[in-house]
Ligand binder design. Structure first.
Ligand code: PEP
Ligand code: MG
Length: 608
């Protein structure tokens, strides 16, 4: 029986045959649980009517069981709330927030391939390879999985419409992974056995073909990909806080979760913020306990409705006049986004990052799409093709991106600053507090920040005069290249806050592409060159030392500089604990990771 080769009867059945043994067993159970103050997994034998105890140990448990056991043991006064907070593995909370597969259906499901677990939970649906087709099918009521070689900002709407996202290429901080987590979507990425043929709409896995519309299922907690439709059920906590189709008071799981979160919040010192760039994401984040937005990636707002056309006009502009004309059309759109975000935040701070990705990401690369765009904009397809060629970069991650965009095209930063301050003025006029924090990406030289600061302050002054208001705001920078860490004292002279962009900081300090590392990282882990994926769990020894340097240097110049982290590590328990030890003020992560971050932060505080 211990080996698991026989199916046991329920223990309570002993009661019939050996009532005295059963009574003794209950006594022993109470004694053991009282002594170890934890749920026990014990072995016993009954020989000639006599009970013998063989072994006992703390029992293994699922995330939900861990929460229930701890919360109930506090109620029974067996342990203290501190013990409950300490004992529950912070990561296990993500199990409570994710949809799960029906246990029986999962057992019989066929695993066809594996990828990286990038957005926890279970998802099932019909596969679509194009974002617009996924979106159209979802609007007709289908459950959809978006399957791509990799995703780009253009796929956002398809990702939003899908139950889950599956990619063949890219690591856990690839576009697909981080956007999926931010949306609370299930995601498996970097499944390199998938061969995707967009032209025929087929996915081939080890000789087997799956066509557009076929069902697949993915487990974003384990990285498994299953053939066919595997039944799933949603999380109670998400139903209470996001879907709002059940009441907290009616869900025992939600009540336990809320109790645990209250204990965690009473203990943690780190603040928690969310990476969110849409008003509804911000609402979810606040429901999950966000004390602000730690990263609003403004480029994610460039795809909604007509905006992408204006963005493309801006990129295709041949001179500053044309560019300004396109930016003027983008301004009201950005402004209304910020109004929505500020309102959803209800007075909490919002760190808004200016445009970061290289411009080629916003233009269509396929000839037919270029022709469509040319027709729409009334320009020649050749001009578009030429611009795409001009913008081509061998290594876009180290190319014309980040603050380099705002320096070469200051009018882009001007428009973004204006959108922020006009939105702030508007929301403030309605009686709500607004706390914008403008963040400049990819700074390595103090002068880069100074040039962008000049733009931001100039626009802030103009808008404040125009509207006759006073807006309190901060301007700071991301710290995401090694140079920024080692000259942090120089940068802190003009930065009011630092936010560690540990996705890029890991990429640039390890010289390891965040999108391509999947091809060799598993081997690196096998060889124990790295213990964990450094894009998921912070490399404390290396990248952490750079962060430590930046914290020390930054504080040496500006004692009260506000320090945070907004890379994906902000939702990883070990990395959160490291941030606590570094003395950061906050961690920022995707809305659905917030409970994990809250618990990890409390655990770190209890260690002090
Ligand atoms: C980062 O680099 O850690 C970051 C948050 O920015 P992004 O992921 O958008 O590059
Ligand atoms: Mg970055």
């Amino acid at each position: 029986m211990v080996a698991g080769v026989r199916t046991p009867e329920p223990v309570a059945k002993i009661q019939v045959q050996f009532p005295e043994v059963y009574r003794q067993l209950q006594d022993v159970r109470r004694t053991l649980e009282g002594h170890f103050k934890d749920m026990q997994d014990f072995e016993f034998t009954v020989e000639e009517g006599r009970l013998f105890m063989l072994q006992t140990r703390n029992g293994k448990r699922t995330g939900l069981a861990a929460v229930r056991i701890a919360v109930e043991m506090v109620k029974e006064k067996l342990i203290k709330p501190d013990d409950a907070v300490r004992r529950i593995p912070a990561d296990s909370l993500s199990q409570l927030l994710a949809p799960v597969f029906d246990a029986r259906a999962r057992k019989t499901a066929e695993v066809i391939a594996r990828g990286l677990p990038a957005g926890p939970g279970a998802a099932t649906g019909q596969i679509y390879f194009q974002a617009n087709e996924a979106e159209a099918a979802a609007h007709k009521g289908a459950k959809v999985l978006l399957v791509r070689v990799e995703t780009s900002p253009e796929d956002i709407r398809g990702m939003l419409a899908a139950e889950g996202i599956l990619t063949a290429r890219g690591g856990v901080s690839s576009h697909a992974a981080l956007v999926a987590r931010q949306m609370g979507k299930v995601c498996v990425c970097g499944a390199s056995d998938l061969q995707i043929d967009y032209s025929t709409g087929t996915l081939t896995v080890r000789g087997k073909h799956y066509r557009k519309g076929d069902f697949l299922s993915i487990d974003g907690t384990s990285g498994e990909i299953f053939a066919g439709e595997v039944k799933t059920s949603p999380s109670d906590i998400v139903r209470v806080l996001v879907d709002k189709d059940i009441q907290g008071a009616d869900s025992p799981t939600y009540k336990m979760f809320a109790q645990l979160m209250q204990w965690a919040d009473q203990r943690r010192k780190l603040e928690v913020r969310a990476n969110a760039d849409q008003p509804d994401q911000v609402e979810h984040a606040v429901a999950f306990g966000a004390q602000g937005v730690g990263l609003c990636r403004t480029e994610h707002m460039f795809f909604e409705g007509h905006r992408i056309d204006y963005v493309r006009q801006m990129i295709l502009a041949e001179n500053a006049d044309e560019r300004n004309h396109a930016l003027a059309k983008l301004l009201p759109e950005q402004r209304s986004d910020f109004v929505g975000i500020f309102k959803a935040l209800g007075g909490r701070p919002a760190t808004i990052r200016f445009l970061d990705p290289p411009l080629h990401e916003f233009l269509p690369h396929e000839e037919s799409a270029q022709r469509d765009l040319a027709e729409k904009l009334g320009i020649s397809a050749d001009r578009i093709a030429r611009r795409v060629k001009e913008l081509h970069e061998f290594n876009p991650m180290l190319g014309h991106r980040g603050c380099r965009l705002g320096i070469v095209y200051p009018e882009i930063s001007e428009m973004q600053a204006r959108a922020v301050f006009e939105a702030a003025a508007e929301v403030q006029a309605s009686g709500m507090k607004v706390r914008p924090e403008i963040m400049i990406p990819l700074v390595g030289f103090p002068k880069e920040l100074e040039l962008q600061l000049e733009v931001v302050h100039r626009v802030a002054n103009t808008v404040q005069k125009e509207r006759n208001v006073k807006i309190s705001y901060l301007v700071g920078t991301m710290i995401e290249v090694p140079r920024a860490c080692v000259v942090a004292d120089e940068i802190a002279k003009s930065a009011q806050f630092f936010s560690f962009g540990t996705n890029d900081l890991t990429q640039t300090s390890l010289g390891m592409s965040r999108d391509d590392a999947g091809s060799f990282l598993p081997r690196y882990q096998e060889e124990e060159i790295v213990r964990q994926n450094p894009f998921a769990v912070l490399d404390q020894v290396g990248v952490g030392k750079l962060m430590e340097t930046a914290v020390r240097l930054g504080r040496s110049v500006r004692k009260d500089i506000k320090l945070g982290i907004c890379g994906e590590h902000g939702g990883d328990p070990d990395s959160v604990k490291f941030c606590h030890r570094l003395g950061l003020n906050y961690v920022s992560c995707s809305p659905f990771r917030l409970p994990v971050a809250r618990l990890a932060a409390a655990q770190a505080a209890l260690k002090d």
